[in-house]
Design a protein around this ligand. Structure first.
Ligand code: ATP
Ligand code: MG
Length: 666
C-alpha cells in the first residue's frame, strides 16, 4: 500500500489489526482499559478512508466528550485522512444531533424557531412549584437529574411512576409528583419552543424515523458509523444510532463494560454485550494486552475489578501488562485534607524535579468540589495546573486552527524553493500563525493572551525540534505535531491536570494521584444506606468501576490517598474506602493503620454511648434507660456532641429532650 496505509497499520498487535482490517459491516471490540480500543477505531477509520472503502466525509464517529472528539479528529489528521470529500466527523452525540437538527428542522417542523434551553434548573423549579414538589436548590437539581434519567431511558411522563416502581428507583419525591414535574417541565418547554439536550436527540431520532426523505438524504451522506466508549450508551442515544443506521449495519463499536460509569444517568452496557446477538455476523475482537500501564498498575486494576460483586456477565477479561515494570502503587493515609493535599503537591514537585513533565501528572477525585484543596496546595507549591473542563493543548481551538494554517501553507505551490528548509522554517511558521494572533508583543486581555501563549508554545516547539533536526521541513513538523497529538504528549510544559473521575475517562498520564479515597467519597455517600437502610448495591458497584477507571489512567506512578478529617485538626470522622480492602499490600505503611471502624465497632447505646449488654438492647441499638423515639439525625447530632461537649448541640429546634434522655447523656 501507500504511505498512509502503512501508517494506519503501524504499531498494532494482531487482534487490533484484525479489527482494523475487518470488512465494512458490524465490528465490536470488547476490551479492558488501556488495550488500544481508541487507537484501533481511529486506525480503522484511517485504513478504510486510505483504501477508498469510504470517503472521509461519510464517516461519523461519536464519542462522549468534546475533548475525546477533538482528540480523535487530531489523530485522524495525523494519519492524513481529512481532506477529499470533507473531513471525518468526530463529535459527541449531542453535537452531531444539534448539527443535523439545524439542517433538517425547517423541513421537519417548518418555520418554527427553537432555542436551546440554557436555564434548565429554572424551568424544572417552575414546574416543581406548580406541581407542589419541593423547590429547594438541591431538590430541583435532583428532580432535573431524575427527568434526565427518564428521558435518556425513553420513559415518558405517563410511564414514569410505573417505571420507577418497577426499577426500585430512589426517587427525589413521590413518583406521582416527579411525574407531574416532568410533565409540567415538558409543557413549559413546548409552549416556548425550547429544547433541552435530550430533546436534541429525541427530535433527531424522530426526524429520521418519521420522514423518509430526510432519512434517505442523511443515509446517503453518512455511511459508516463508529462509537467509542459504547458501554455508556443510553437507550436514547441507541435510538439515535439506530435511526442513523436505518437498515444498514456499517457500525464499529468499542467499549469496556467494566468502565460503565454513567448508569445513574440511564447508560447500560447491555447494548455492548448484546452486539453480537443483534448482528450475528459481526466481527468480534477481544483485546487483553494492556499497553498503557506497568504490570504493577495492571495488577491493581485486575484486583479492583476482580473484587466486584454482581459483575456484569461476559466481562471477565483479565488485562496482561506489556510495559516494563515500574514502582509499586502507593497508599497513603493523612490526618486531614489539607495534609493530604500538601503531601500530594510535594510528591508532584518531586516527580517534576525528577523529570516528569507537569502535564503528565493528574490528580483525580470523585466530585469537582474536591479540586479546590488541590488548587490551593499546588498554587502554594508553585506548580502549574489546569482544572479539567478546560481543554488540552492539541484540542485548543487556536492550535487546531494553527495546524490547519500550517497545512495550507504546506500545500501552497507558490512557495519559493527552500522556503521551508531548516533555516527558513521558523520564519515561515511565524508568518503562517500571524493572522491567528501571534504578535511580537504579548497582547492585553485574558483570552487573547491565552491564545497568544498557545501559539507561541507551538513556535517554541518548532524551534526545539529544529535544534534536534536541522533539516526539519514543514511536512516533517506537521508529522511530528500529529505524532505528538496521537500519543497525547503536549509539546510544551503544561500544568498538572485536576479532574473528576468521570472526566478522566479515556485519558492517561504518567503519574496519577487518586485522592479522597474514603467511604463516603468513593463509594459516595448516596450509594451507602443511612440510618440502618441497606447500601444500594448497584450504586456501590458503579463506584467501584469508577475506582477502576481511575486506577487505569496511570501509566507508571499511581498513588491512592485519603484523609481522616476534613479540616486541619478536625475530628476524624472518616475512614478509608471499603474498596481498598485487599488492595493494600502488607508492606505498605498504610496497611498498618487500624481497619475501618465499622469492623471493630462494639455495640453501644446510640444515645448515651454505654456498652450494650443483652440481645434485645443490641438489636434496638439503645439501652433500657434511653428513649427510642428519636430520629436518626438527632442520634447523629447527639453522638457528635457527646464526643465534644464544648460544641453546640446541633439539633432542630423542635426536638425536645425528655429528662430521661438528658440524664442519660449527661
Ligand atoms: P480506555 O479504555 O482507557 O479508553 P483504550 O482501550 O481506548 O483505553 P488507548 O487509549 O487506545 O486504549 O491506548 C492506550 C495506550 O496504549 C495509548 O497510549 C496507546 O497509544 C497505546 N497503545 C495502544 N495499542 C498499542 C500497541 N499495539 N502498541 C503500543 N502501544 C499501544
Ligand atoms: Mg479509549
Amino acid at each position: 500500500g501507500d504511505g498512509r496505509t502503512d501508517a494506519a497499520l503501524q504499531g498494532l498487535d494482531p487482534e487490533q489489526t484484525a479489527a482494523v482490517l475487518a470488512p465494512r459491516g458490524p465490528v465490536c471490540v470488547l476490551a479492558g482499559a488501556g488495550t488500544g480500543k481508541t487507537r484501533t477505531i481511529t486506525r480503522r477509520i484511517a485504513h478504510l478512508v486510505a483504501h477508498g472503502h469510504v470517503a472521509a466525509g461519510q464517516v461519523l464517529a461519536v464519542t462522549f466528550t468534546a475533548r475525546a472528539a477533538g482528540e480523535m479528529r487530531m489523530r485522524l489528521r495525523a494519519l492524513g485522512v481529512d481532506g477529499g470529500g470533507g473531513a471525518v466527523q468526530a463529535r459527541t452525540f449531542h453535537a452531531a444531533a444539534l448539527r443535523q437538527l439545524k439542517y433538517f428542522w425547517p423541513r421537519v417542523v417548518g418555520e418554527v424557531d427553537w432555542q436551546l434551553l440554557d436555564r434548565k434548573f429554572a424551568a424544572v423549579g417552575q414546574a416543581a412549584s406548580r406541581a407542589g414538589a419541593p423547590t429547594t436548590k438541591e431538590s430541583v437539581r435532583d428532580l432535573a437529574g431524575e427527568i434526565e434519567w427518564a428521558k435518556s431511558s425513553l420513559i415518558v411522563p405517563e410511564q414514569y411512576a410505573a417505571a420507577a416502581a418497577r426499577l426500585h428507583r430512589d426517587t427525589p419525591a413521590p413518583p406521582e409528583q416527579v411525574a407531574a414535574v416532568y410533565a409540567g417541565y415538558e409543557e413549559l418547554k413546548a409552549s416556548s419552543t425550547l429544547l433541552d439536550f435530550d430533546d436534541l436527540l429525541l427530535h433527531t431520532a424522530a426526524a429520521l424515523e418519521e420522514n423518509s426523505s430526510v432519512a434517505e438524504e442523511f443515509r446517503d451522506r453518512y455511511r459508516c458509523f463508529v462509537v467509542d466508549e459504547y458501554q455508556d450508551v443510553t437507550p436514547l442515544q441507541q435510538r439515535v444510532l439506530d435511526a442513523w443506521l436505518g437498515p444498514r449495519d456499517d457500525l464499529t463499536v468499542v467499549g469496556d463494560a467494566n468502565q460503565t460509569i454513567y448508569s445513574f444517568a440511564g447508560a447500560s452496557p447491555q447494548h455492548l454485550l448484546d452486539f453480537s446477538r443483534r448482528f450475528p455476523d459481526a466481527t468480534v475482537v477481544r483485546l487483553e494486552r494492556d499497553y498503557r500501564s506497568t504490570p504493577q498498575v495492571v495488577d491493581l486494576a485486575n484486583k479492583t475489578i476482580g473484587a466486584a460483586r454482581g459483575r456484569i456477565a461476559g466481562t471477565r477479561l483479565k488485562l496482561v501488562g506489556q510495559r516494563p515494570p515500574g514502582p509499586e502503587p502507593r497508599f497513603n493515609e493523612y490526618d486531614d485534607e489539607p495534609a493530604e493535599a500538601a503531601a500530594v503537591a510535594q510528591r508532584i514537585a518531586a516527580l517534576i524535579k525528577d523529570g516528569t513533565p507537569a502535564s503528565e501528572v493528574a490528580v483525580l477525585y470523585r466530585i469537582n468540589a474536591q479540586s479546590e484543596q488541590f488548587e490551593n496546595a499546588l498554587t502554594e507549591a508553585g506548580i502549574p495546573y489546569q482544572v479539567r473542563g478546560g481543554e488540552g493543548f492539541f484540542q485548543r481551538q487556536e492550535i487546531r486552527q494553527a495546524a490547519d494554517a500550517l497545512r495550507r501553507t504546506a500545500a501552497r505551490d507558490d512557495l519559493p524553493e527552500g522556503a521551508d528548509s531548516g533555516e527558513n522554517l521558523i520564519a515561515l511558521v511565524r508568518a503562517a500563525l500571524a493572522p491567528l494572533g501571534l504578535t511580537d508583543a504579548e497582547p492585553p486581555g485574558t483570552q487573547a493572551r491565552e491564545r497568544w501563549t498557545s501559539l507561541r508554545s507551538l513556535v517554541a516547539l518548532a524551534e526545539e525540534l529544529r535544534v534536534h533536526e536541522p533539516d526539519l521541513t514543514l511536512d516533517g513538523l506537521l508529522r511530528e505535531l500529529g505524532r505528538r497529538a496521537d500519543s497525547r504528549h503536549p509539546p510544551v510544559v503544561e500544568g498538572v491536570t485536576l479532574a473528576s473521575l468521570h472526566a478522566a475517562k479515556g485519558l492517561e498520564w504518567d503519574a496519577v494521584f487518586l485522592a479522597g479515597v474514603t467511604d463516603g467519597m468513593l463509594p459516595i455517600t448516596h450509594a451507602l444506606g443511612s440510618g440502618g437502610a441497606p447500601d444500594d448495591e448497584a450504586a456501590v458497584e458503579e463506584e467501584r468501576r469508577l475506582l477502576y477507571v481511575g486506577v487505569t489512567r496511570a501509566r507508571v506512578h499511581l498513588s491512592l490517598s485519603w484523609a481522616l478529617a476534613r479540616n486541619e485538626g478536625g475530628r476524624k470522622t472518616r475512614r478509608r474506602s471499603r474498596f481498598l480492602h485487599g488492595l493494600i499490600p502488607d508492606s505498605s505503611p498504610a496497611s498498618k493503620i487500624a481497619p475501618p471502624r465499622r469492623e471493630r465497632k462494639r455495640a453501644r447505646c446510640r444515645i448515651c454511648g454505654k456498652a450494650l449488654v443483652g440481645a434485645t438492647d443490641t438489636k434496638l441499638g439503645r439501652c433500657a434507660g434511653c428513649p427510642s423515639d428519636i430520629d436518626d439525625d438527632v442520634f447523629a447530632a447527639l453522638k457528635d456532641w457527646r464526643r465534644d461537649k464544648s460544641r453546640e448541640l446541633d439539633v432542630p429546634a423542635f426536638v425536645i429532650f425528655t429528662d430521661a434522655t438528658l440524664t442519660a447523656i449527661a
